[in-house]
Design a protein around this ligand. Structure first.
Ligand SMILES: [Zn+2]
Length: 175
């Protein structure tokens, strides 16, 4: 564990600050993490999306059972909640997850824009059982040329034209 991640451990996150109702939702996410693991769906991660005191989306990790590297608990739960609520934004929702989200899920959460995220295990604890999100976090900060997966930039006028057409289009749906 490096110093910067050690500092992140010190963020306020105590379950003592949760109401009994909030604790119930967090424990449902934990229950899903156990159930997903026991049924061979994937890694030990669970998540619920809550709106107005009700669960509107649930998920557990399904990466290995569905051959989908994006099927993390948070993504599964966000997809279910958005489908149920018929929206691409979860503004008035809270996300309870059994573990601090990985960088992919962090991105998905920011796109979904929930009100808050409550998590139990930390990413350092995930790293200790060989789910090392810190590697991806370090890649985000790395210069493009230093990334472990090479990224090649090839500007293209046709690609740019699509962007310009979108920007000028009065019928575009912003998100
Ligand atoms: Zn994730």
């Amino acid at each position: 564990m490096n110093n910067s991640s050690a500092n992140l451990c010190n963020q306020p996150q105590s379950t003592n600050m949760l109401s009994p109702e909030q604790l119930k939702f967090l424990e449902r996410a934990i229950e899903l993490s156990q159930q997903g693991m026991d049924s061979g769906n994937g890694g030990p991660f669970g998540c619920v999306v809550v709106q107005n005191g009700k669960i509107v989306g649930e998920g557990n990790n399904r990466v290995t059972s569905t051959n989908d590297p994006t099927a993390h608990a948070e993504v599964v739960a966000i997809r279910e909640a958005c489908k149920k609520l018929n929206t691409f934004q979860l503004n008035d929702c809270d996300i309870y997850t059994s573990c601090e989200p990985c960088p992919m899920c962090l991105g998905a959460i920011y796109w979904a824009r929930p009100r808050s995220v409550i998590y139990a295990n930390t990413r350092e604890e995930a790293a200790a059982i060989e789910f090392d999100d810190d590697f991806i976090y370090s890649e985000i900060n790395a210069a493009i040329g230093d990334r472990k997966i090479p990224f090649h930039h090839h500007p293209n006028k046709k690609a740019k034209a699509v962007f310009e057409a979108w920007h000028k289009w009065s019928g575009r749906k912003k998100y």
